[in-house]
Design a protein around this ligand. Structure first.
Ligand SMILES: Nc1ncnc2c1ncn2[C@@H]1O[C@H](COP(=O)(O)OP(=O)(O)OP(=O)(O)O)[C@@H](O)[C@H]1O
Ligand SMILES: [Mg+2]
Length: 292
């Protein structure tokens, strides 16, 4: 359904060049809940934007339902919907919820009426009374539901979620996670989720990729990664539980495996070349702990 091959994103500023995404390949199947976990600055948002066709890519290709996402027709946009992290900024404060929900229909020239809008609200478990409200009159959790409702308006087959619950209190997080699981199940909706939170990923995803310094270092079934991590970085992540461990960029190796300077198992060959992902079902980019 969504497929990326050797995808790279590079930012060039007068001060420096950042290779935020380095030759990432991935596949998301119809109805699959796929997650990418990584610490701040590992390149998650850059990857998500590149997949959506919102970021210029330095190399590689992205296809969604067989079509290239860069320079994609509007029809494709309906089927591939982003939900961004900043719950507040996503909604125009001067727009009533009715208009905010009607907007995606209008953009795609799809007729809309109150019946459609209230049906949409009920899919995110909100009542029709929300239609007459302004965003500031809703809680953060309710606003995130409105964001979801907007993304669901045109019946996408894949939602692309950037830290969908990190702005929410833990109790509200659980409600939104359960709502997403229910939607995925009922609508056969695929989810592509990025987060730095392992607990969120444990609940929300079936398959997980661990991103470190712009690359996937481990990919596999979420439960296998949590119970038997292979890559030493993933082990550190799982042991420290829930929160991704932050690293200083000074600690990243320039050559070979970026994690080698912090790795308890590093061998001289780890510094020589970037280890490729090996294995098929549960893959790992480590010469000492290869995939299977
Ligand atoms: N527009 C930009 N111009 C220059 N550098 C950028 C830009 N956007 C991101 N970067 C850099 O690219 C790297 C990856 O950033 P990105 O936002 O993709 O990471 P992230 O994993 O989403 O982090 P976070 O968890 O904090 O959201 C970082 O080093 C960041 O500073
Ligand atoms: Mg980000």
């Amino acid at each position: 359904m969504l497929s990326a091959k050797d995808l790279s994103v590079r930012y060039v500023t007068p001060a420096r060049t950042v290779d935020a995404v380095k030759s990432i390949s991935l596949e998301v199947q119809p109805g699959e809940r796929f997650g990418v976990i990584g610490e701040s600055g590992s390149g998650k948002s850059s990857l998500l934007r590149a997949l959506l066709g919102l970021e210029e890519i330095a190399g590689g290709t992205v296809t969604f339902e067989g079509q290239n996402t860069h320079g994609a027709p509007r029809a494709l946009r309906k089927r591939l919907q982003p939900v961004f992290q900043d719950v507040g900024a996503a909604l125009n404060p001067r727009m009533k919820i009715r208009d905010a929900l009607a907007e995606p229909f209008m953009i795609h020239d799809v007729p809309v009426d109150d019946a459609k809008l209230s049906a949409l609200l009920s899919t995110v478990q909100l009542g029709v009374d929300a239609l007459a409200r302004f965003p500031r009159e809703l809680s953060v959790g309710q606003r995130q539901r409105i964001n979801l409702a907007r993304a669901l308006a045109l019946e996408p087959s894949l939602l692309m979620l950037d830290e969908p619950v990190s702005a929410l209190d833990v109790s509200v997080q659980a409600q939104v996670i359960n709502l997403l699981l229910e939607l995925a199940e009922k609508r056969k909706l695929a989810l592509f989720v990025i987060s730095h939170d392992l607990d969120v990923m444990a609940h929300l995803t079936e398959r997980l990729a661990v991103m470190f310094a712009g690359r996937f270092v481990e990919v596999g079934p979420t439960k296998d990664i949590l119970s038997a991590p292979k890559h030493p970085y993933t082990k550190l992540l799982v042991e420290s539980r829930a929160r991704a461990v932050e690293s200083k960029s000074a600690e990243l190796a320039k050559e070979g495996c970026a994690f080698a300077p912090r790795c308890p198992d590093a061998k001289p060959e780890c510094r020589a070349a970037v280890p490729p992902l090996t294995g098929s079902n549960h893959s790992s980019a480590c010469v000492v702990h290869p995939g299977a």
